[in-house]
Design a binder for this molecule. Structure first.
Ligand SMILES: [Zn+2]
Length: 151
């Protein structure tokens, strides 16, 4: 009364322990790794944020970004994603001159700094801001690791 082993039947693979909260997940928006239990609002800069997009539309900041791209981009074509950020580079002065000039014709740009401060406060309070979102390919963590090749 021996145990019959079917050669085509492989013993079940040991289940690997899952530590969902401890494993890092890649974000679809910023492509960075994050922990599922450490994903507050405002964690992801590139995630869709309805408040931020409203501010951008109201203040016509896209117009300023466009001007910054044309006036203050460096030799490689890099330019400040946030036109109102103050960095140490030489383009900062140029950018602010462009913004000041532009704000004469687009006065709604003046609303950007106060609204941006409100948004920043909202993010700090956890009221607004985008969260990291799991990259679809990583949702199913059970990638086939073993392939059975039938000859
Ligand atoms: Zn992200």
């Amino acid at each position: 009364m021996g145990i019959e082993m079917n050669p085509s039947q492989q013993p079940p693979l040991p289940l690997k322990p899952r530590h969902k909260s401890k494993s890092q997940i890649r974000c679809r928006h910023c492509n960075e790794l994050y922990f599922d239990d450490n994903n507050p609002r405002g964690a992801c800069e590139y995630a869709p944020d309805i408040v931020r997009s409203c501010i951008n539309k109201i203040t016509c900041i896209g117009c300023a970004q466009c001007i910054c791209y044309h006036c203050a981009a460096d030799a490689e074509g890099d330019f400040a994603q946030h036109p109102c950020d103050c960095t140490d580079d030489e383009n900062c002065t140029k950018r602010w001159c462009c913004l000041t000039f532009l704000s004469i014709f687009v006065p709604c740009l003046w609303l950007y700094p106060p609204l941006k401060i409100c948004h920043w406060c909202g993010v700090k309070c956890g009221a607004c801001g985008g969260r990291h979102t799991i990259l679809e390919a990583w949702v199913n963590n059970d990638f086939p690791r073993y392939f059975s090749v039938e000859m």
